[in-house]
Design a protein around this ligand. Structure first.
Ligand SMILES: C[S@@+](CC[C@H](N)C(=O)[O-])C[C@H]1O[C@@H](n2cnc3c(N)ncnc32)[C@H](O)[C@@H]1O
Length: 299
């Protein structure tokens, strides 16, 4: 079944105007994520949360601003609360309307960050109907994992710390590319990741594709968003050029290769098919500046 457009778009959409303060910071630092580990930066950006939390009750349960900035939040350093709250809506609408999962499914989210995807499942309550399945988040960011463990019920939500190293996200990690998702074989309905493959080099990517296949039930699916040079992001040609080559990856910065990584469709399909995935396609919103293309395959 083909979803939305699968036609490569070689023309990048124009970059959004405005937000010049955020753009200036990002021009100076190739990875704003790395900056969020600095105690002074944390204190300053978290101070901007104090007043909005006092005014709007729906902002009080959000992770602190430095954790939100670390995961991207539409490149906004300030005033990113609404983005954090709404960004995953279309993703979950697509998942449930396409019957890739239901409210009782077991879902693995690799690179789960501070819960921008998970809070939709935790908070879903339509006249008593709730998410009754299991969600397993995996990330290399120990601080984000600890925050999620403290803010999600352990009955439905589990969070695991992956050992991968990353210049941008986990400098203390091991240099190994191998990580075993702590779930048994053939038990998961859907494995997702949002903007994880944009931060991993080939060895880690191939490990996660292999692991996704292992944990999935037959008929289960992966949905991994990524930067795809056949569907360039809106920032292509300005913030992103992906001009350095590391194997099959094109990276923005050789000092911090994991800050932004892009791949081509052919390579992604080859890796997926090699472990046994079938029906691979790229789900893409035509002209979609808001969402990265998604690699969707079935086991
Ligand atoms: C751009 S953020 C996206 C977070 C989350 N998926 C979201 O959309 O809010 C990328 C996430 O991937 C995590 N990450 C980076 N490399 C990783 C790896 N090798 N294994 C697991 N997580 C990784 C980072 O710590 C970060 O939380």
């Amino acid at each position: 079944m083909a979803y939305l457009s699968t036609t490569p778009e070689r023309q990048a959409a124009p970059q959004a105007k405005g937000l010049s303060f955020d753009r200036a910071i990002r021009k100076i630092f190739p990875s704003t994520s790395k900056l969020t580990f600095n105690p002074l930066f944390k204190a300053v950006v978290n101070a901007f949360d104090v007043v909005p939390r006092m005014i709007y009750s729906e902002f009080r349960d959000l992770p602190p601003n430095h954790l939100r900035i670390r995961i991207g939040v539409g490149n906004r350093i300030l005033n990113n609360q609404v983005h954090f709250l709404v960004h995953a809506r279309d993703f979950w609408m697509f998942v449930f309307t396409s019957k890739l999962a239901d409210a009782g499914s077991t879902i693995v989210d690799i690179g789960s960050g501070c819960g921008r995807w998970a809070h939709w499942l935790r908070d879903y309550n339509f006249r008593g109907r709730t998410f009754t399945g299991r969600y397993i988040g995996v990330d290399i960011d120990a601080e984000a994992i600890a925050w999620c463990e403290a803010h999600y019920d352990a009955e439905r939500f589990r969070f695991h710390h992956s050992s991968h190293a990353s210049v941008s996200y986990n400098q203390a990690g091991e240099a190994t590319s191998h990580y075993t998702i702590p779930e048994p074989d053939n038990t998961v309905d859907l494995v997702v990741s949002n903007s994880l493959l944009t931060h991993v080099l080939e060895a880690e990517l191939e490990n996660y594709i292999k692991e996704s296949y292992r944990v999935l039930k037959p008929g289960g699916a992966i949905m991994h968003s990524h930067f795809n040079l056949d569907y360039p992001p809106a920032t292509y040609g300005t913030r992103h050029t992906f001009r350095h080559t590391i194997g099959n990856a094109q990276v923005e910065s050789t000092e911090q290769p994991e800050a932004a990584v892009a791949y081509r469709t052919d390579y992604l399909f080859k890796v997926c098919r090699a472990v046994g995935f079938k029906d691979c396609e790229i789900v893409h919103m035509p002209g979609g500046a808001q969402h990265q293309p998604i690699l969707l395959c079935k086991k």
